[in-house]
Write a protein that binds this ligand. Structure first.
Ligand SMILES: C[S@@+](CC[C@H](N)C(=O)[O-])C[C@H]1O[C@@H](n2cnc3c(N)ncnc32)[C@H](O)[C@@H]1O
Length: 299
């Protein structure tokens, strides 16, 4: 088959001279990890509530999350491109904004209502068939957000599902894995897809030449697991955007300023139209951990 967009995307990000072989994520976009240490502190709180003393940071970027967690006394295993995924994953496994960077097939419906793979230059190629067609029918069917009209697009999430299944399948007893990402559900898929690029803090065309990050939202429900909004998960873990009282400004101005700055950072992490609207998809290795995680992550 002619090279599809997925293959070009894979090469552009992870090939020998790919974007992630050269670039630091923080130079191009802002994740929850970059927004505030409050995010890492909430992850640390969750680990403690589950009696876990290790966090595995999958797709760790420059390791900013690990720095916050180590400062809180946890041990951290950063996993990046050159690392093998260990056979067994123990502790709290966090994949923050990893899956949106796992390349997937991008497809577009033609004038006859047939979905076709998009090629590296985003022109239509072969008809979608086999497991990809099966995934589309199950997870992105024409009946949901009405794709299937000429020019509608979808992103086939099976590569993300497989990547995540490989993580969940390695969980040791007592462990919990959480994929945190922007995404959508079967009931409201975006009819034109979400494929885009980022370079130096700005959105750009997703040209697969290694010059920019390329990303597409994650079909959160096809991963399997329990889904909770970041806003709700972080609130359950004690993150609050409440401003300090004005009295504090009189009695302890330095503390007032510090609490005000934290409240601003918390508000960014909780913003339902931004980071707060991300999904946390979690799976526990066993029933006891599942019960404890459900308690810790619900308001
Ligand atoms: C969007 S960045 C997120 C970085 C960090 N987690 C954060 O929240 O700031 C995605 C990261 O996943 C890494 N990554 C992609 N595929 C990977 C793989 N198969 N194994 C390990 N890391 C991977 C990339 O190199 C990149 O650093």
């Amino acid at each position: 088959m002619t090279e599809t967009f997925r293959a070009a995307w894979q090469q552009a990000l992870y090939g020998p001279d790919g974007f992630y072989r050269r670039e630091r994520p923080a130079a191009h976009f802002r994740t929850s990890v970059h927004a505030s240490p409050l995010f890492g502190q909430a992850i640390a709180r969750l680990a403690r509530e589950l009696d876990l003393d290790q966090v595995v940071d999958l797709g760790a970027g420059s390791g900013e999350l690990g720095k916050v967690l180590r400062a809180g006394g946890l041990s951290v295993l950063d996993i990046e491109l050159d690392d093998e995924l260990p056979d067994r994953l123990s502790g709290l496994v966090i994949a923050n904004e990893w899956l949106d960077n796992v390349p997937c097939e991008v497809v577009e419906w033609d004038d006859e209502g047939v979905p076709r793979y998009l090629l590296a230059d985003l022109t239509p190629g072969p008809v979608v068939e086999g497991n990809d067609l099966h995934w589309l029918e199950q997870w992105w069917p024409p009946t949901t957000a009405a794709p299937g009209r000429p020019g509608d697009r979808a992103e086939i999430g099976s590569t993300r599902d497989q990547s995540w299944a490989a993580v969940v399948g390695r969980l040791a007893r007592g462990s919990l894995a959480i994929a945190i990402d922007y995404g959508h559900l079967r009931s409201s898929r975006p009819p034109y897809g979400t494929l885009t690029g980022f370079r130096s803090g700005r959105e750009c065309s997703p040209i697969p030449d290694g010059s920019c990050d390329i990303t597409a939202h994650v079909a959160l429900d096809s991963l399997g697991g329990t889904i909770v909004r970041q806003r709700d998960a972080l609130r359950a873990l004690g993150v609050s955007g409440a401003r300090p009282s004005l009295d504090l400004a009189q009695t302890d101005p330095m503390r007032y300023l510090s609490e005000l700055s934290s409240a601003g950072e918390a508000a960014e992490l909780l913003d339902p139209s931004g980071l707060g609207g991300f999904g946390w998809v979690w799976t526990a290795a066993d029933a006891d951990t599942e019960r404890r995680a459900a308690r810790a992550l619900s308001a």
